[in-house]
Design a protein around this ligand. Structure first.
Ligand code: BGC
Length: 444
């Protein structure tokens, strides 16, 4: 009979522990049928924007990504949206939408195609872009590294080698003065988490490696690079507003009664979110000191897309569909539509006590059947957070137009504008019109 007692105690302890975890870490779901997402109240000072990245739209870049596309026989980015030749027209799309800010990235491989080889013509084009935006009353926000960099940097080992950080820091310090008289908002790096894990653990971004330890090392080096760049830029212009874009993915246990699922959840939340927040708030990451990273951001950019339901058998490639709750709508990318997670994401970021800029949020939806709802739900959550006192200053929708979606190529369409890649025609989608109306209502 004794063993029955032992089993009983174990069951009791297990269920109390799991019960406690469920209370402490709830997975919030709202009853969207009873929420009117047409009522959105934002402060007048709120910044409305859209975001893009150089390699995804410019066309004909030569960088670590094109090298990877060729080597791995991936869909080639090719002409992309031919934005490099059509940027003037594309700026008119921004005007049509009515945005007051535009987040885009400048391509290191265009500016410094060979080490020390400085391409003044390319710099001039970016400079003209900035002037054009300002003349249209649109505030530029520049990202210095959005997943792509020159081949020479990649061949030296990229961010895997700590000694290479200085190349990036030097490049940033040199390019910054060209634009800093006109550009105030700067993102040093885009998503150190996605960049390192997709490239070094999932093997789906260049260099296509599959080693969790390498991914962690790269993530740390990218954060150190961010910290160095932050201090350099602030030294050059103390008034500039410098931060980074952090992808916050929320990890939830797939089975909420399974302790193993909880343990995986905690591990992934720490690796993906906690380590970077800890670097910024405490100057410590994966047990190592990254002192210059502490307090190295005037704002934190939030890129929010989804939550991931976690188990120890999580797929090792994003090509396998992720699990979802039965009531959740699953988007073309395989992500559950989970706007509630944006609120949970800000809880991570609030630890930093600095302003939050929503630097990306959007959905792959070629038919545009989900995007209007997706947009309004996320905006509703943001408005609600602002009303509760969270310091969120902007929203940059991902993306202005369909573009080259990295590992997924052209199959995933994230644009408020549809792009016909045969003739490069852009067409405003209904979701684009929805966004346009929301902006115009608030900018009156
Ligand atoms: C990246 C974008 C990408 C988007 C949609 C983000 O992680 O910053 O470049 O297109 O997600 O997948």
């Amino acid at each position: 009979m004794q063993w029955l007692l032992v089993i009983g105690i174990i069951v009791l302890l297990y269920s109390s522990l799991v019960g406690l975890l469920n209370i402490l870490f709830p997975e919030k779901h709202l009853d969207w049928d009873n929420i009117n997402t047409d009522v959105l109240n934002f402060p007048e000072t709120f910044t409305w924007g859209v975001a893009t990245a150089a390699h995804q739209i410019e066309g004909h870049n030569v960088n670590n990504w094109t090298q990877f596309e060729d080597r791995e026989n991936k869909e080639s980015s090719g002409s992309a949206c031919d934005h490099w030749n059509r940027w003037q027209d594309d700026h008119n799309l921004l005007v049509e939408l009515g945005v007051s800010s535009y987040r885009f990235s400048i391509e290191w491989s265009r500016i410094e195609p060979n080490q020390g080889d400085w391409n003044e013509d390319a710099i001039q084009v970016y400079s003209d872009m900035i002037d054009s935006l300002i003349s249209k009353g649109i505030e530029p926000m520049i990202t210095l590294h959005h997943f792509s960099h020159p081949i020479w940097f990649e061949e030296k080992g990229g961010f895997y080698q700590q000694q290479n950080i200085s190349y990036f820091v030097d490049y940033c310090s040199r390019i910054f003065p060209y634009f800093s008289d006109r550009v105030n908002k700067w993102c040093t790096v885009n998503e150190p988490d996605v960049f390192s894990i997709m490239g070094y653990h999932m093997g789906m971004f260049p260099p296509g490696l599959r080693s969790p330890l390498k991914a962690i090392r790269v993530m740390k080096n990218v954060m150190v690079a961010h910290g160095e760049v932050y201090h350099r830029l602030k030294h050059l212009n103390p008034n500039s507003y410098v931060g980074l874009a952090k992808n916050v993915t929320i990890f939830d246990p797939y089975r909420r009664w399974n302790l193993l699922h909880w343990l995986t959840t905690f591990a992934l939340n720490y690796i993906w979110n906690g380590a970077i927040i800890s670097a910024l708030s405490r100057g410590k990451m994966y047990g190592k000191s990254v002192t210059k990273v502490k307090n190295s951001a005037d704002f934190i950019g939030l890129n929010y897309y989804t939550h991931v339901l976690t188990s120890p058998f999580l797929p090792q490639t994003t090509e396998i569909d992720l699990p979802s709750r039965s009531h959740e709508t699953v988007t073309e990318f395989g992500y559950p539509m989970y706007a509630e997670g944006l609120e949970r994401a800000t809880k991570w970021l609030n630890k930093l006590a600095i302003p939050i800029e929503i630097t990306e949020n959007g959905v792959a939806d070629g038919e545009d059947s989900l995007r209007p709802t997706h947009l309004k739900r996320h905006l509703w959550v943001i408005a609600d957070l602002i009303a509760k006192g969270v310091d969120i200053r902007s929203y940059y929708h991902w993306s202005l137009m369909d573009n080259f979606e990295w590992a997924e190529g052209y199959s995933m369409r994230f644009g408020l504008y549809h792009v016909d890649y045969e003739n490069q025609q852009r067409t405003l989608r209904n979701s684009g019109k929805t966004y346009q109306q929301i902006i115009s209502r608030h900018n009156k």
